[in-house]
Design a protein around this ligand. Structure first.
Ligand code: PGA
Ligand code: ZN
Length: 437
């Protein structure tokens, strides 16, 4: 195709929202079109994710990306130059082949994803299409239901509480903009509630309120319920609660126990799952992510047996956006939803495969950013292109978060009447009885 061919690949070090180095790639096509890719990074990184290549050593906290940049310049760029940027599968396939490992350990998933993202941006720009339309074609028209963090915790807040994310999901509304407005009202109400309780207004890594002075993990769930009510909404009807437990972070694999460090308690698998079930009975919780550790398939199955009909159960660390791992989850009856993070698998093509595989088995895809983010908003386009139905990119505050929510507002406006916002239908259609309690 004319002008589609990749002419140059430029890699540079930028920095993410936690001040850690990150990979940025510029791909320029023969006609001069530019495409840029920026690579995010997690903190509660799953063991089964594709490998993020870091330099180690003393500089920049050991998080340098010079090796990844060198791999782009010396291995990936020479292979990509001359290729057709409009052929994403070929580009991604070529990089997977060059790397040659099962988890992108040789060249680094951060190096590969930077190029993958830059190539699709360049191709979209070349065709003068918004990224969602380029990636999804004419069928890309579903705005995602936002899952928004109100209180941060776990690895994103120095483990002040064990649970990582206390989030809300708006259930009604006909547009993304109206649904997101409700979330912002809850965020404001939560901020006021914190101020009344004399809690300092610090923000955790993803912009949620820092859980100062909490006496238990459950306190966050209660605070969220109260914030929804204070904002003038009905908890469980207008907005519901979602949790990212991130249980891999406090599971002791040897002992097979869940250690709630801030409560000084150690729970067996049965007791821990019992605690989550008890919360679901007493609070308007519609979604639980990583309610069991990435090493505890048995726990994931037990949780699914007990809650699968009325709660969305998302596998993040357990599935790692990896079709093989999702397949095992499907076969063993673990969870009913998949968190989708591009850098867990390392290319755009494989990310789409994971979404399509999950959906084909009745698992809901939830597109997600990372805790270390950039101002790039590609995840929004991915969610719309794949008609994923849900998007999780952190809280309502901090620029790297608003970069995504604001982009969704723009995309909705651009789609106009052809855009579809599913609201609570995203759960009801999957047989999850969100209003059932
Ligand atoms: P991470 O957190 O990017 O630190 O892994 C996000 C999540 O666990 O969903
Ligand atoms: Zn998670």
């Amino acid at each position: 195709m004319d002008g589609y061919r990749i002419k140059t690949v430029t890699a540079r070090r930028i920095y993410d929202s936690r001040a850690n180095p990150a990979v940025e790639v510029d791909i320029r096509l023969e006609d001069g079109t530019l495409g840029r890719g920026m690579v995010p990074s997690g903190a509660s990184t799953g063991k089964y994710e594709a490998l993020e290549l870091r330099d180690g050593g003393g500089n920049l906290g050991g998080k340098g990306v010079d090796k990844a940049l060198r791999n782009i310049r010396e291995s990936l760029a020479p292979a990509l130059i001359g290729m057709d940027a409009g052929r994403q599968r070929e580009i991604d396939g070529k990089m997977i082949e060059l790397d040659g490992s099962a988890n992108k350990a040789n060249l680094g998933a951060n190096a590969i994803l930077g190029c993958s993202l830059a190539a699709c941006r360049a191709a979209a720009n070349h065709r003068r299409l918004p990224l969602y339309a380029y990636l999804g074609g004419a069928l890309a028209a579903t705005l995602p239901v936002p899952m928004v963090q109100i209180i941060g915790g776990g690895a994103h807040a120095a483990h002040a509480v064990d649970i990582q994310d206390y989030l809300v999901i708006p259930l009604g509304e006909k547009t993304f903009a109206a649904a997101y407005e409700k979330v912002v009202n809850v965020y404001i109400a939560a901020r006021r509630l914190f101020a009344e309780q004399g809690k300092p207004l610090s923000l955790a890594d993803e912009g949620g309120l820092w859980p100062t002075g909490f006496k238990s993990n459950e306190e966050g769930v209660a605070l969220l319920t109260e914030s929804i009510a204070r904002a003038g909404y009905r908890p469980g009807r207008d907005l519901a609660i979602a949790l990212d437990v991130a249980a891999s972070e406090f599971y002791d694999r040897e002992a097979g126990v869940y250690r709630l460090n801030m409560e000084n308690r150690e729970l067996s698998r049965e007791q821990f799952i019992g605690m989550l079930c008890d919360w679901v009975d007493r609070y308007p919780i519609v979604s639980i992510e990583d309610g069991a550790s990435e090493h505890d398939w048995e726990g994931a199955r037990m949780l699914t047996d007990r809650l699968g009909g009325r709660v969305q159960l998302i596998g993040d660390d357990l599935f790692a956006t990896n079709v093989e791992r999702i397949r095992r989850g499907v076969n063993e009856g673990c969870y009913n939803a998949v968190l989708v993070k591009m850098n867990q698998i390392g290319t755009i093509s494989e990310t789409f495969e994971a979404i399509n595989y999950a959906r084909g088995r009745g698992y809901l895809p939830v597109v997600s950013a990372r805790s270390g983010e950039t101002e790039d908003a590609t995840v929004v386009h991915l969610a719309v292109a794949a008609n994923a139905g849900q998007l999780k990119v952190g809280s309502a505050a901090r620029g790297e978060r608003t970069a995504k929510w604001n982009e969704a507002i723009r995309v909705e406006e651009e789609l106009g009447p052809s855009g579809r916002y599913p609201g609570a239908g995203v759960f009801l259609d999957a047989g999850i009885a969100v209003f059932g309690k």
